[in-house]
Design a protein around this ligand. Sequence first.
Ligand SMILES: Cc1ncc(COP(=O)(O)O)c(C=O)c1O
Length: 395
Amino acid sequence: MRKKHFLLEEETTFMNHGAFGCALKDALHVSQKWQLYIERQPLRFFDRELFPHLVFVTKRLAEFVGCSPTDLVLVPNVTMAMNIIVRSQDLKAGDTVFMLGETYGAVKKLLRQVCAEQGAILQEEWLEYPLTGPGQIIRKVEETLRPGTRLAVFDHIPSKSVFINPLEEIIGICRQRGTKVLIDGAHALGVLDLNLSSLDADYYTSNCHKWFCSPKGCAFMFVKPEHQHSLRPLIISHGYGFGFNSEYIWTGLKDYTAILALHTVLDFWESVGVQRIRGYIKGLLTQAVDLLVGRWKTGLLAPREMFGSMVCVRLPESLQEDSAANYEHAETIQNALYSRYNIEVPVKALAGSLYVRVSVHIYNELEQYQELADAVEEMMSKEIQRVGGNCRCDV
Ligand SMILES: Cc1ncc(COP(=O)(O)O)c(C=O)c1O
């Protein structure tokens, strides 16, 4: 799979798909072919050919995620979609916006800024780790979300702690409290079955360039019909005033080829088989967890059924800090794994403990997790020196 479908170099043990994804080779070639084709006669492409292609690929993607194409637009990334949606809320002084502490850092900044500008209150609720199960999250929302809260924002899969949020139940609670729901599904497309019509979130956005493996610069934004008229584009261009799809389809002249290559990506998932891909990921994740937890004698951040294609495995006790671990401690170990062993895997400090956040995609194999287990064990035995209570690697 790696050699045939990805450009990943053989010498790197790559277990950080969660950061920036990794595009399918064929889809990259297709987008590059489009780039060359466009310049042969730019007018023909932009004035005569582009729009039908955009409409067609939007329809295909909408079908894949289970919604009407009239409720979905293609945007460059989730960050853009989150900005469009949050900035369109027209909050009033004293309104409340709800989020969990697990919310993606850039989105927290957005929410803080918009709430500050509009005099709204941002309520942040933290979960306790390790998680015991989805019920803990449901209870937290049940107990803390106040009736009349204007907007609640949840990650489908938070980027640091990577458990799958029990969205059905959470959205049900938000409905009862009269709260609109925005889901940041940056990591969901490809990993989870999406049926946006039945999920019933008011807004949902996901990246195509992460787990779906499209070239970079491709995401979608779903908005329920009743909210489309109040949504305001960040970029005003020719489609302004002509309705939801028109307002987002053209944001000025730019490279649309990542979007056009989405056909190739959809072909890939359909021809290899969505369930087959997920089956492989699930099977390998289970094996990787057994291996790492067994070798390091540790545990996971949450029960294993709560993870999809990423999992947080606690590092061995001898690599944990005496006091609460922080970002610098995590980065030291992550950098050592990269520079000493050419293993690309993120290390996270979560609730004062250090975890590796391991990704699994179809190009990964069990031997790579074996290499990670070996490298960490070697670091335990000789490479980590504790300096002044801090964990430092000899790199
Ligand atoms: C949960 C979550 N939301 C949003 C984003 C932002 O995605 P992008 O940079 O493609 O906009 C990320 C990126 O990793 C993420 O993990």
